[in-house]
Every structure is written in structure tokens, then in C-alpha cells.
Write a protein that binds this ligand. Structure first.
Ligand code: TPU
Ligand code: MG
Length: 560
């Protein structure tokens, strides 16, 4: 077979394990899309717009380890950048491929459509450089293999997005055949001497602590170190608390799981245990204003050891060029048991609160929604929680072993969850995908439900209609937090058109929600959107406490 730039790229995407790529067509990428279609191991999946295309690839990367999106120049390429920024912030390797103007026009200095009507055609690439770990523009078949490999290798190694721009007149130009996949998977091993030094120093640090605790952060997954974190936890026997953005990265059915740590809105006994500890191992953590509850819960100081994907720091030590997984499993073999925090957690953990079933015909409440969704979660469920009170509702769920949780907490761009749930469901068709989404967030990216209909994906969407931006109300209220109501359940008819199998239902009581969930479980022909109508002021108490602290942090006057 003779390779072209497009088919080379397709082969590389397939070699790194992708079975799908997401796309929106445009004249600068049509030939490229044709070339990608020729690879029978790679399916092309279409999206309604480029922002959603980016989020879909991001959701796919959460399910499959990496994702790819193909868009047209500038109008598509700029639109997708929000999602690419999200992939950067969330440490997900999304390969963004953009078509580009004909290389002859570029050389001749002509004005091109879809551009700023200036002669500068480099701005997409320049913007992409800020939001990716590698950005390349391909204008010759001779250099294409190396440029494609460089971008993909960088994305996989750094767990960040990459940008590949391909001029429309060379996408089908013949080029060299791809070699073994190792060329793009290649990763420098941990430096052995540094690794041993880091492990020895960390073991000594731990030997001086009576009450250590592990704090798990979201970079644990991107570092590929979930299993090794369990090894270390089991060697120490201590309590393990998990940050909200890392929920499910340490199994919640593990006997050492001590809840979600989120400052003053932590799970019962988690914060008390955390505050009582005398040494914190922060593993892949990200501390921002949201995760520290407006800087009120910021770990640090002499009792803290920070282990990041390629770096370990504590008390005058700073080791880099090592992999987190090597550090954790090496340390697990060196430490002595330190079970005090686990013992304390068990001692102070209150008996679990049993939520009573609401009267079947009473007005639906947030608590009743949480109770009913909780009962749906099984080992094969992935729960996806959108920014808003859905964060708090999702974080409160107890996950059985095997269940996964997805949240976009660092980037926090509303509308993420509809296309991300779509992309996730494309990548993990064997899993039950459940999304919790607020009405305000849904309005940004609603049209991607149509792609779930198109591909008959039985995603269940709980759309919480509280008539506005309640999370914003709790941070700072004003008329801008009220939104136009939609007939959300009725939308499904629009998306179904003449051939769809989606189901749109509205629940205003516990009984109606129960019936809707039964209908959703019986619907294998497409998504089910359940519009849950609740009172505008019905929100989680944690959101109120957290919102107050974030508002205080936002309102600080300029220093000096
Ligand atoms: O809190 P709840 O359940 O009412 O959620 P809903 O209805 O989805 O409202 C979310 C409100 C919200 C906004 C407007 N949360 N964050 N924002 C600010 C924001 C604006 N634009 C983007 C792209 N992302 C944001 N986070
Ligand atoms: Mg809302």
C-alpha cells in the first residue's frame, strides 16, 4: 500500500489504540477526511459543531486514553480551542487536526476565505502553540511523518493535546509508510539514581510520621499510576482521601477509602481525619481556588510531600525525571505500616445517613433525584457530572467497585458534559453512561444529543431544571443568573425527527422520576433525557457553603 499524509496519520491514530475520530467537515479538510476514511480500523464520527467535536474527543480520551478531532481551518480551529484548553487543563491527550489553505496560495500571498482577510495565516498555529504541548503545520510530504510522530509522541508522553495543521492540497500526497508504533509511544524511563534517591528520602520522611494520610488528585490517572497508588496505600495501611476531581481514581469500595476531601464540604469524617494527620502525601493533586474552597483548605508546609507525574518535592528535596508509578510502587516496598489515620477515620465516621424515600406524589427534590440516581449506579456505570450543583450531587454518590466518575473541574466550562458523554459513550460502548447536567449548562451544547440519537447510544441524561444558574446564584446573584426556560423533554422529538429512538421525559415528582428511569433502562434505541423539575432554591448545602467561600476569595481587594 502507498501511504499518503492522511493515511499515515490514520495509521498512527489506529496504532495508538483509537478506533474512532471525531470530525466536522469543511473545504480545507475534505480530502483529509477521505484519506482517514480509507482506514477501516478507524471510524469517523460526526459532531454538530467544532466545540462539541473537541469535547467529544476529550470525553473519548477519558474512556480510551487518547482522542482525535478533525476540523476545518480557523472557523473550526478557533471554535474548538475552548475544548482543547480543557484537554490541556485536564491532562487528556487530544490530537487536533486542522485542514489548512492550499500551500500555493500561502506562498503567493493571496487572501483566503475563513481567515481574518489579512495575509497572516499563522494565527491558528500560534494560538494552538499556547494550548497544546506540540503544534505543527505540515506543508511538505517529506517532513510529514516526522512532524506527525513528534506531535503524537508529545501528546501521549505529556498527556496534553497536540495540534497538526495540514494544507488541503497535500493531504493526499504520497509519503513514507509508518514504522513500528514504538516511535510514538516511546517514553524515557525514570532516571534510576534519581528514583532510588527519591524513594529513600520519601521513606525516611514517612518513617518520621506517626499519622500519615494519602491525598489523591486528578493527575494520578493521567500519570497511569492508579494501581501503584493502591500498592502504596496497602503497604502503609493508612487512610486515603480523594479530591473531587479525582473521584473514582482510587476505588471507593477499597477498605482504606476515607471519603472525598474538599475542605469544609468534605465527606463525613474525611476532613477531620485529614486535619488530624501529621504527614500528607499529595499524589497528583491540583490545588486551585475551587478545590481549596476559596483558599481555605490549602495543604502545604513541612508535613507535605508532593508527588506529581514526573516530580517529587518535600522538605528541601526536589526530584524530577521520574515516573509517579515507579516512585509509588518503589516506595510501597520501602515503608512500614502506619495505620493511625485509618483507625481514627473508622472511629469517628458517623453511621451512614439513610435518605428516606420521598412521598411519591410530592414535588420532586434534589435529594430524591440523588437517591434514585444512586440506586442506578452499578459496577459498569460511568457517571458524568457537569459544572453546577451537579458537581455536588455527583460527588455525593457512592460508587461501587468498577464504577467511574468524570468531572471537568479544573477547566469548568459549562456545556462540556453533553458532548463529553457522547464521546465517552462512543469509546466505551460496554459501559452505562449517566450524565447529570443543569439546565443552564445544557443550553450551551444541547444539539450533541442528536449525535447520541444518530448512533443509538443509550446514554441517560438527568437534566436538572432549576430555572437558572444556581451555582452562580450561590457565588453572586443578579438578573444574569435567570435563563429562558426550554421544553427540554420535548427537544428529543426535534432530535429524533423521522428516524430517532431517543426518549424525552419530564419528572416533577418522585413517582414520575421512578417511571422515567424504568423507561430509560428499557430504551436501548437511543438516549433518554429525563428533565427533573425542581424548585429554584433547592440546592445542596455543600454548594451554599462552598459558594460563600469562593465569593469571599473572589471579592478580595487588590493587594496594596
Ligand atoms: O447550578 P445549576 O445546577 O443551576 O447548573 P446550571 O443550570 O447548569 O448553571 C450553571 C451556571 C454556570 C455558569 C453560567 N456555572 N458556571 N458558569 C460560568 C461559565 C460561563 N461560561 C462557561 C463556558 N463556563 C462557565 N463555567
Ligand atoms: Mg440550573
Amino acid at each position: 500500500m502507498t501511504y499518503t499524509i492522511g493515511s499515515y496519520l490514520a495509521e498512527r491514530l489506529s496504532q495508538i489504540g483509537l478506533k474512532h475520530h471525531f470530525a466536522v467537515a469543511g473545504d480545507f479538510n475534505l480530502v483529509l477526511l477521505d484519506e482517514l476514511l480509507k482506514n477501516k480500523k478507524l471510524e469517523q464520527v460526526y459532531c454538530c459543531n467544532e466545540l462539541n467535536c473537541g469535547y467529544s474527543a476529550e470525553g473519548y480520551a477519558r474512556a480510551c486514553g487518547a482522542g482525535a478531532a478533525v476540523v476545518t481551518f480557523s472557523v473550526g480551529g478557533l471554535s474548538i480551542m475552548n475544548a482543547i484548553g480543557g484537554a490541556y487543563a485536564e491532562n487528556l491527550p487530544v490530537i487536533l487536526v486542522s485542514g489548512a489553505p492550499n500551500s500555493n496560495d500561502r506562498a503567493a500571498g493571496r487572501l483566503i476565505h475563513h481567515t481574518l482577510a489579512t495575509h497572516d495565516l499563522s494565527y491558528s498555529l500560534e494560538i494552538a502553540k499556547k494550548l497544546t504541548c506540540a503544534a505543527v503545520a505540515i506543508s511538505s510530504a517529506a517532513d510529514a511523518p516526522e512532524q506527525i510522530d513528534e506531535a503524537i509522541r508529545c501528546a501521549l508522553r505529556e498527556r496534553k493535546p497536540a495540534y497538526i495543521e495540514i494544507a488541503c492540497n497535500i493531504a493526499s500526497a504520497p509519503c513514507a509508510a509508518p514504522g513500528p508504533v514504538n516511535a510514538v509511544l516511546g517514553e524515557e524511563p525514570s532516571d534510576p539514581a534519581t528514583l532510588q534517591a527519591a524513594i529513600a528520602a520519601a521513606a525516611e520522611f514517612l518513617a518520621g510520621k506517626q499519622k500519615p494520610i494519602l491525598l489523591i488528585g486528578s493527575k494520578l490517572r493521567s500519570a497511569g499510576a492508579e494501581r501503584q497508588a493502591i500498592e502504596l496505600a496497602e503497604a502503609l495501611g493508612c487512610a486515603v482521601v480523594v479530591m473531587p476531581a479525582a473521584k473514582s481514581f482510587f476505588p471507593e469500595d477499597h477498605p482504606q477509602f476515607a471519603g472525598i476531601y474538599w475542605g469544609q464540604v468534605s465527606a463525613p469524617a474525611s476532613r477531620e481525619t485529614f486535619d488530624w494527620s501529621d504527614g500528607v502525601l499529595c499524589i497528583g493533586t491540583i490545588f486551585n481556588d475551587y478545590s481549596t474552597v476559596g483558599w481555605t483548605a490549602m495543604p502545604g508546609g513541612a508535613g507535605t510531600l508532593t508527588a506529581d507525574p514526573h516530580r517529587v518535592q518535600f522538605q528541601g528535596h526536589d526530584f524530577s525525571c521520574i515516573h509517579l508509578r515507579d516512585f509509588l510502587s518503589g516506595l510501597a516496598r520501602k515503608v512500614q505500616r502506619r495505620t493511625a489515620t485509618m483507625v481514627e477515620y473508622r472511629r469517628i465516621l458517623p453511621a451512614p445517613r439513610v435518605e428516606r424515600t420521598a412521598a411519591p406524589d410530592a414535588q420532586l427534590t434534589r435529594t430524591e433525584i440523588v437517591r434514585q440516581v444512586q440506586a442506578l449506579i452499578t459496577a459498569d456505570t460511568t457517571l458524568i457530572a457537569e459544572t453546577g450543583d451537579s458537581w455536588f450531587n455527583g460527588i455525593a454518590m457512592k460508587l461501587p467497585g468498577g464504577a467511574r466518575f468524570e468531572i471537568e473541574m479544573q477547566w469548568g466550562s459549562i456545556g462540556w458534559s453533553v458532548p463529553a458523554a457522547f464521546g465517552y459513550a462512543v469509546g466505551a460502548s460496554h459501559r452505562k453512561v449517566i450524565a447529570l447536567i443543569g439546565d443552564g449548562s445544557f443550553q450551551l451544547t444541547a444539539q450533541e444529543v442528536a449525535q447520541m440519537v444518530r448512533r443509538k447510544l443509550p446514554v441517560i441524561i438527568f437534566l436538572i431544571n432549576n430555572r437558572g444558574y444556581t451555582i452562580e446564584v450561590e457565588i453572586h446573584d443578579g438578573p444574569y443568573n435567570n435563563i429562558k426556560n426550554w421544553d427540554y423533554a420535548g427537544l428529543m422529538q426535534v432530535f429524533n425527527a423521522e428516524d430517532g429512538g431517543g426518549l424525552g421525559l419530564r419528572a416533577g415528582t418522585g413517582r414520575e422520576l421512578d417511571e422515567a428511569i424504568r423507561a430509560a433502562l428499557a430504551n436501548a434505541e437511543g438516549p433518554t433525557l429525563i428533565e427533573c423539575v425542581i424548585d429554584r432554591d433547592d440546592c445542596s448545602p455543600e454548594l451554599i457553603s462552598w459558594g460563600r467561600q469562593v465569593a469571599t476569595a473572589n471579592a478580595r481587594l487588590p493587594a496594596g
